[in-house]
Design a protein around this ligand. Structure first.
Ligand SMILES: O=C(O)CCC(=O)C(=O)O
Ligand SMILES: [Fe+2]
Length: 353
């Protein structure tokens, strides 16, 4: 394995995981089977359940989501085989300054190195980002997928997975829209030229699991995350009611869903993007696969008109999603020594009355 423990991985004392983290009283588990009917009492109950999970937790787990267990097995196996390759082989599809997609083993979250290696790809084969508005420079960035030669089925398996998970993400966005009192398809057009990407995460056993994290505490910047994890466990979510870290208990073939920053802004803080992190352990490697469901890069994000009023004015200034994404990507790549962009930077100073 390529990772060797050094000081770059050490979290400040207040951010280190406690030796024991409770799985009790964790995030809600929601049965999605009423989606098939799409109406009726069970469906309305489902919408209400999704709404209260988004409001109280920002996170929930779904079962009976309609994705065949074999699809999950195939992507899990492909990830396992890819990360087991020699480092030189993985580095043939390495992420670089000009293209942030592919293999990478030196990502920082909030300027501390994560104990993980990743492989990123976009679901649209390539993705375009808006021009950088720097003096003397007008450049459009294009990201493109870099597919490894081994395992040979890797690309097809990734494509199969992305198609399935994208369908699920659309359904979840519809449920969340309904839960906010909006028409089911209210948000669909934002995702027309989406900028979705999938990350394969591999967290090797860590010699110092009490000092490091697989991913440091953060909030997801996009609209919605649909995460598959294996049965090892390690995802910790900050519980809203008391600020405690709770471990998400793995449920075989389930997905973990969380609303990202964009939903927080669209819903004008009705739903909140919740902090989470990944703890590692010294014995077992862990795999996880987040799908980040994002609108088109040209989307300007702001609170939805239907959800604001004179009594509940918009709490955020509009911001451009593509620029936000790019700023985040750069700060993950480089140790910048400063805070990366956050949605509270767009929060309006509201006059108290
Ligand atoms: O591995 C996990 O469980 C979560 C990873 C994560 O939060 C992320 O990649 O944004
Ligand atoms: Fe995350």
């Amino acid at each position: 394995m390529g990772l060797e423990f050094d000081d770059a991985f050490i979290q400040a004392e207040e951010h280190r995981p406690k030796p024991y983290i409770s799985e009790a009283g964790g995030i809600p588990v929601i049965d999605l089977s009423p989606i098939i009917a799409g109406e009726g009492e069970a469906f309305s109950d489902l919408v209400a359940e999704v709404g209260s999970a988004c409001k109280n937790w920002g996170f929930f787990q779904v079962i009976n989501h309609g994705i065949d267990g074999k699809v999950l097995e195939r992507i899990h196996a492909a990830a396992r085989e890819f990360f087991a390759l020699p480092l030189e082989e993985k580095r043939r599809v390495r992420r670089g300054e000009d293209n942030p997609l592919g293999y990478y083993d030196a990502e920082n979250t909030k300027n501390v190195r994560d104990w993980k290696e990743v492989f990123d790809f976009v679901t649209n084969e390539s993705a375009e980002l808006p021009a950088t508005e720097e003096p003397g420079e007008k450049r459009t960035d294009v990201f493109w997928n870099q597919w490894p030669e081994y395992p040979p089925e890797f690309r097809d398996v990734c494509k199969e997975y992305s198609k399935e998970v994208e369908k699920l993400a659309y359904k979840l966005v519809e449920l969340i829209s309904l839960s906010l009192g909006l028409p089911a398809k209210r948000l669909s057009s934002f995702f027309k030229d989406d900028m979705n990407f999938i990350r394969l995460n591999h967290y090797p056993p860590c010699p110092e699991p009490q000092l490091a994290l697989g991913v440091g505490r953060h909030k997801d910047g996009g609209a919605l995350t649909v995460l598959f994890q294996d049965d090892v466990g390690g995802l910790d979510v900050r519980r809203k009611n008391d600020g405690e870290w709770v471990r998400v208990k793995p449920i075989h073939n389930s997905f973990i869903i969380n609303v990202g920053d964009i939903f927080q802004v669209w819903s004008n803080d009705t739903y909140e993007s919740v902090e989470h992190r990944v703890s590692v352990n010294s014995e077992r490697e862990r795999f996880s696969i987040p799908f980040f469901f994002n609108p088109a890069h040209y989307t300007n994000v702001k609170p939805l008109e239907e959800l604001t009023s004179e009594e509940n004015p918009a709490r955020y200034e509009e911001y451009n999603w593509g620029q936000f994404f790019k700023a985040r990507k750069n700060s993950n790549f480089k140790k910048l020594g400063k805070e990366n962009v956050q949605i509270y930077h767009f929060k309006k100073a509201l006059l108290a009355n």
